[in-house]
Design a protein around this ligand. Structure first.
Ligand SMILES: N[C@@H](CCC(=O)N[C@@H](CS)C(=O)NCC(=O)O)C(=O)O
Length: 241
């Protein structure tokens, strides 16, 4: 199996960490987003969506991180049940979180990240304060929902054990953290949950998966000197306007 990834990307990290944590072997195919490699002819043949992650299992190509995660669970019976429980209502809880996160925690965490990491390079200007404040407020609302609706007083989202829901949540949360927005400050419950998730994945593996994003400021420098950036500018300008 091949996984096309860039570990700056949250959905790529979820697939990478899951495969490694449960011992599914794969070939790591780097698609360097900072170099615009998603627009290469070669990658276009694999996925016309030009987004990562992509999984290639023989001739079967699959996009969308949550679809890939579920495919891996279902393909490998050795994967422990708690990751995506067979029991109807537990599985529904995982699916509930995965459905919610796209337009909420992912959207809001990504916005803060993109504003901090890319806005100044793309727009050649500082981020307007009201824009940053609004993005921060949205992210706070999502984090509040994660704590109050999804986690409540349980160790993990579905109860006593880690699942795909926790994994997908933590990789999104680490995105703003990578650009210096410490969302764990003043949130002891969320911090304790992060430590449990880290332990469940394996601390060394967790840090390996997050190494790039924790030095995301270098991404800005890399992109600044990159001619491919011109291709990305119109898309990002639209996002920021
Ligand atoms: N819903 C997709 C999102 C994939 C996605 O947005 N990937 C981003 C990186 S986080 C990407 O490849 N962006 C490249 C681009 O838009 O040019 C998933 O969960 O896999």
């Amino acid at each position: 199996m091949e996984l096309y990834l860039d570990l700056h990307s949250q959905p790529c990290r979820s697939v990478f960490l899951f495969a490694k944590a449960v011992g599914i072997p794969f070939e790591f195919k780097l698609v360097d987003l900072s170099k615009g490699q998603q627009y290469s002819e070669e990658f276009g043949k694999i996925s016309p969506m030009r987004r990562v992650p992509v999984m290639k299992d023989g001739s079967f190509v699959l996009t969308e991180s949550t679809a890939i995660l579920k495919y891996l669970v279902q393909k490998h019976p050795s994967v422990a049940d708690h990751w995506f429980p067979a029991e109807l209502q537990q599985r529904a809880r995982v699916n509930e979180y995965l459905s919610w996160q796209h337009m909420n925690l992912r959207a809001h965490g990504s916005k803060v990240f993109l504003l901090k990491a890319l806005f100044p390079v793309i727009m050649d200007a500082e981020v307007p304060k009201e824009k940053m404040d609004a993005a921060g407020e949205d992210l706070n609302q999502s984090l509040k929902m994660l704590e109050e609706k999804f986690l409540q007083s349980k160790p993990f989202i579905i109860g006593d054990k880690v699942s795909l829901a926790d994994l997908v949540a933590i990789v999104e949360i680490m995105q703003p953290v990578g650009v210096g927005v410490d969302v764990f400050e003043g949130r002891p419950k969320l911090s304790a949950w992060r430590e449990r998730v880290k332990k469940a994945i394996g601390e060394q593996l967790f840090d390996e998966g997050h190494e790039l994003i924790m030095t995301a400021s270098s991404l800005m420098q890399k992109m600044q000197n990159n001619s491919q950036l011109e291709m990305l500018k119109p898309k990002l300008r639209k996002l920021f306007s």
